[in-house]
Design a protein around this ligand. Structure first.
Ligand SMILES: Cc1cc2nc3c(=O)[nH]c(=O)nc-3n(C[C@H](O)[C@H](O)[C@H](O)COP(=O)(O)O)c2cc1C
Length: 449
C-alpha cells in the first residue's frame, strides 16, 4: 500500500526516532530546537497557529532515510535504483485529504501558515520541503523540489536559477509572454521527495518513480484553480503561477544545501491563487541542509551504481557522504579485475556533480572512515593512482571555483579528482594480510564479567 507523510511519522515514532513536544512552541524557537534534537521532532501545538502541528528534521540521518525507504542503511542506493526499474502510473481520485479546506481569492494568506525562519541570515521564512508540479504541452508533467521565500500574503520567491526541467518549462512560457502554472504540495512521503529531487529525463513523469518506490500508484487529485494534479494525501497545497517577469525579483539569502549561507539571487515570483490543506494540517519543516543532503545521497549513489555497471565494473558498496552534501563525493568498493580501479574512477567522475571519487577493493568497509584511511594510506601512490580531469562542468555554489570571475551568465567549470585506493596491480594481496587477535572467536568477554 502507498504510504503517506503521516505513515512515515508513525514509522519514525515506532522506531523511537520521533520526539514529541506537547508544550505550545513559539515558531521562533523551532529551528534551534530541531537543530539540537538527535531525533526528528513533532510539535503538537504551535503558539498563534491553532489547529496546526509541525514536524521537522525528519530525514536528518542516514538511519531515518533508510527507515523511510524500508531497507538497511547500506541499501538505500540499490533501493532507489530498483525504484527506477518498474515505473507505476499514478491514479486519479475525486476526493482528497489535501483539499479538506480550500481558501481562494481574498482568503489566500500565506502568513497564516506556520513557517519558521530557519537560519540567521535568511532573507525571510522559507518553504523548504516542497513537491512542485508543473506541465508542458510537449514534455508533460514534471515534479521537482524548490524552495519558496515568503514575500507577501499571496506571493513567494522561488529559486529557479540552476538548470532544471521546471526552469526550462518556465523559459518556454516566458518566451510566449505567459505565466507557468505550478502547484506546491507539502507534507508528502519521502518517496515523493526523492522522486522530485531525482533529475529524471525531461519526459519522465516523477509520479511514476514515486509509485515504483512505493510499489503502488500515487493517488493524485486535480487542483482547484490550475490545470495540474497533486498528491492527494499531502498536508498542504499552494496553487498558482510563476509570473512572466523572468529573473528580476530578489530572492535570498538562504542556508543552502551546500551547508553555506547563500547570497541574494534574482528569480521569478510565484503568485498564489489558492491554498488547500487537511482539516488538521501538519507543516513540514525540512531542515536545511541535512534533509536536502540526505535526500540527495541515494540519488547520487544510484547514479554511481549505474555508471559503474555501464562501465562493466561490479560494485559492492557505494556512499555519497553528507559532508560533501550528498552530491560532490562518491566512494565505492568494487570486485576488481586488473585496471578496473581506474575504469571505476572514470565512471564515477562522470556523475554530474561528483568532483571527488575514491575506489577501494571489496574488503574495505567504506562506511568506516578508519578503514578507508587505511586503504588510502597503504594502497595509494599519488603519482600513480590519482586522476585529475580539468574543465568539467561545475556548480556556482562551490566557492573554490571562483564563479564570480565569469561575470553574469557565465557557466563555471571544475577540476575532478579520482583516487584509486585498490590494491595496485603487481602488489601481492598477501602484503595486506590483517592482524588477527589470538583467541578471537574462542574466548568470550562475557565469560569473564
Ligand atoms: C529539499 C530540496 C530542495 C531543493 N531546492 C531547490 C531549489 O530551490 N532550486 C533548484 O533549482 N533545485 C532545488 N533542488 C533540486 C531539484 O529539486 C532537483 O534538481 C530536481 O531534479 C529538479 O526537478 P526538475 O528538473 O524535474 O524540475 C532541491 C532539492 C531538494 C531535495
Amino acid at each position: 500500500m502507498k504510504k503517506s507523510f503521516r505513515d512515515f511519522l508513525a514509522d519514525l515514532d515506532g522506531a523511537g526516532e520521533l520526539r514529541r513536544i506537547k508544550r505550545a512552541v513559539d515558531l521562533r524557537d523551532v529551528s534551534a530546537l530541531v537543530n539540537q534534537s538527535p531525533q526528528a521532532m513533532f510539535f503538537e501545538e504551535l503558539k498563534d497557529y491553532p489547529g496546526w502541528r509541525l514536524a521537522g528534521g525528519l530525514i536528518g540521518t542516514r538511519k531515518r532515510l533508510a527507515l523511510a525507504m524500508g531497507c538497511a542503511e547500506k541499501d538505500v542506493a540499490a533501493r532507489f535504483e530498483q525504484g527506477l526499474g518498474r515505473l507505476i502510473e499514478p491514479v486519479m481520485v475525486e476526493a482528497a485529504p489535501c483539499q479538506q479546506v480550500v481558501r481562494m481569492g481574498a482568503d489566500v494568506d500565506l502568513a497564516a501558515i506556520p513557517y519558521p525562519l530557519m537560519h540567521l541570515f535568511d532573507g525571510g521564512p522559507y518553504l523548504s520541503g516542497t513537491f512542485v508540479t508543473s506541465k508542458d504541452p510537449e514534455f508533460g508533467r514534471n515534479a521537482g523540489s524548490y524552495r519558496l521565500m515568503y514575500r507577501t500574503p499571496n506571493e513567494t520567491g522561488i529559486d529557479l536559477v540552476s538548470p532544471s526541467d521546471m526552469r526550462f518549462y518556465y523559459q518556454r512560457q516566458l518566451d510566449r509572454g505567459r505565466p507557468l502554472e505550478i502547484a506546491v504540495a507539502m507534507g508528502v512521503h519521502p518517496y515523493e521527495m526523492l522522486a522530485a529531487s531525482y533529475k529524471a529525463p525531461i519526459d519522465m513523469d516523477e509520479y511514476t518513480v514515486a509509485g515504483s518506490l512505493h510499489g503502488a500508484p500515487v493517488p493524485i487529485v486535480k487542483c482547484k484553480t490550475v490545470d495540474l494534479e497533486v498528491p492527494a494525501d499531502a498536508e498542504l497545497v499552494l496553487e498558482g503561477e510563476l509570473l512572466p517577469i523572468g529573473w528580476t525579483a530578489d530572492e535570498g539569502p538562504f542556508g543552502e544545501f551546500s551547508q553555506i549561507s547563500g547570497d541574494v539571487k534574482w528569480n521569478p515570483i510565484f503568485r498564489v491563487k489558492c491554498i488547500t490543506h487537511r482539516i488538521d494540517p501538519i507543516f513540514y519543516f525540512l531542515q536545511m541542509p541535512w534533509e536536502n543532503d540526505w535526500l540527495a545521497a541515494p540519488v547520487t549513489e544510484a547514479a554511481g551504481l549505474r555508471a559503474l555497471r555501464n562501465a562493466s565494473v561490479q560494485p559492492v558498496a557505494i556512499r555519497a557522504p553528507v559532508g560533501s552534501c550528498g552530491y560532490w563525493t562518491l566512494i565505492a568498493s568494487i570486485k576488481k579485475r586488473p585496471g578496473e580501479g581506474k575504469n571505476a574512477l572514470l565512471a564515477l567522475l562522470s556523475v554530474s556533480e561528483v568532483k571527488l571519487a575514491i575506489v577501494t577493493d571489496e574488503d574495505i568497509d567504506i562506511y568506516n572512515p578508519d578503514d578507508l584511511d587505511w586503504a588510502l594510506t597503504f594502497r595509494v601512490q599519488a603519482d600513480r593512482d590519482t586522476i585529475i580531469v580539468q574543465g568539467a562542468r561545475g556548480k556556482h555554489i562551490d566557492p573554490s571555483i571562483k564563479a564570480w570571475e565569469l561575470g553574469k551568465g557565465g557557466l563555471p567549470t571544475t577540476a575532478k579528482l579520482g583516487i584509486d585506493a585498490t590494491i595496485p596491480e603487481g602488489v601481492p594481496k598477501q602484503l595486506y594480510k590483517r592482524i588477527q587477535y589470538y583467541g578471537k572467536g574462542r574466548v568470550k568477554l562475557e565469560d569473564y564479567l
